[in-house]
Ligand binder design. Structure first.
Ligand code: ADP
Ligand code: MG
Length: 334
């Protein structure tokens, strides 16, 4: 059987079915939660493979180091906890020099300084198949801080941080200009006006600022997931875990003006990029309707819809009232 026939999520379910869990939160959320000494310790692991998760033609190693850390710690933040420690394992093929991997680690250091993380270990090996990076991230919080994908309730408000689709379209632009960057063409790459989308593609942020801010105003989200696969897929994951559905309003999706411009330039669609693009690393979360005033007071958070009963479909509603069912097969093994 081909993995793509059943999709990533069903594949992981199949593999992990024989294993039982004794911990507070086992397989199935953004990170695992273990209770130790009255505290919750949160752990996640990510794998980045050359040619699959990154392309070194247009990804500077420093950015790759930074992005690998962000990808790792974003799953800790998605549990409503601040990340604290990381471990990094790298597989290095013969073409990389000491200075190259030092450059990668410069990016790791920048992320460690910015997010107040400690690098506490890892592993190093030779690789026959290109550069491989695995990041383990650890955070620690109070038991009552933990927020899983499971707690969304009917009438809860659906919120998202930042803006969507920029990372995906930024990557598409880099792909288009790849032959120029490789030196196969005398033309200059055309990136003017789309610096923001390039930055989102190469150097995404982790929204630890939201986690800090919500704690400071005693706002506890009812459920949360980080946007790594795209709004459609991650919303469906959240709804599945919470046994509910959602209405999302098309005109509420936060998409930056220049992201629309870039979509046009690439013959693409900004809404589709926002729904299915992925790699935004923004937070998708739900809060009780009673917290509406608190949530609209947070800068950079958009209310995009609300939770509905599971008997309904999860839909995207256009301004004229037309409903499109949101589907997400989750076929990408990433
Ligand atoms: P995310 O996109 O938030 O990183 P994933 O979809 O990769 O989450 O993973 C969902 C859940 O499945 C997590 O709990 C993760 O730890 C678990 N998981 C993913 N791959 C494996 C695997 N090969 N073996 C065991 N658990 C896995
Ligand atoms: Mg996640």
């Amino acid at each position: 059987m081909e993995i793509k026939e059943i999709g990533e999520f069903a594949f992981v379910d199949r593999l992990t079915k024989p294993f039982t869990s004794s911990i507070a939160q086992g397989i199935g959320d953004d990170a695992a939660v273990i209770e130790i000494g009255g505290k919750s310790v949160v752990l996640s692991k990510d794998l980045l493979l050359e040619g699959i998760d990154f392309d070194l033609t247009y990804t500077p190693l420093r950015h790759l180091g930074y992005r690998s850390v962000v990808k790792g710690i974003s799953d800790i933040a998605a549990m409503n906890v601040l990340p604290k420690y990381i471990m990094i394992a790298i597989g290095i093929s013969a073409r990389f020099k000491v200075e190259d991997i030092e450059e990668l680690y410069d990016g790791v250091k920048i992320a460690c300084d910015e997010y107040e993380l400690e690098l506490i270990g890892g592993d190093t090996s030779a690789s026959l198949t290109g550069l491989t990076i695995s990041v383990t991230a650890v955070g620690e919080g109070e038991k009552e801080d933990i927020c899983t994908r499971k707690g969304a309730k009917v009438t809860d408000i659906v919120c998202v941080t930042g803006d969507l689709g920029a990372a995906y379209l930024g990557t598409k632009l880099l792909e288009r200009e790849k032959h120029v960057l490789r030196g196969d063409s005398d033309l200059k790459p055309k990136f003017d006006g789309f610096e923001y989308q390039l930055e989102r593609a190469l150097k995404p942020r982790c929204r630890t600022d939201l986690i800090r801010h919500m704690k400071s105003i005693s706002l506890h989200p009812t459920s949360m997931i980080d946007l790594s696969d795209g709004l459609a897929s991650d919303l469906k994951q959240l709804c599945k875990a919470s046994a509910c559905s959602a209405n999302i309003y098309l005109d509420k999706l936060p998409i930056t003006e220049t992201t629309y411009d870039l979509a046009k330039e690439l013959g693409s669609d900004a809404t589709i990029a926002a729904m299915n693009g992925g790699d935004d690393y923004e937070m998708l979360f739900t809060v009780s309707i009673n917290d509406y005033d608190k949530i609209i007071g947070i800068n950079g958070v958009s209310v995009i819809g609300h939770i509905t009963d599971k008997q309904y479909d999860t839909v995207l509603i256009s301004p004229d009232g037309a409903e499109i069912e949101i589907t997400a097969p989750g076929h990408n093994v990433s």
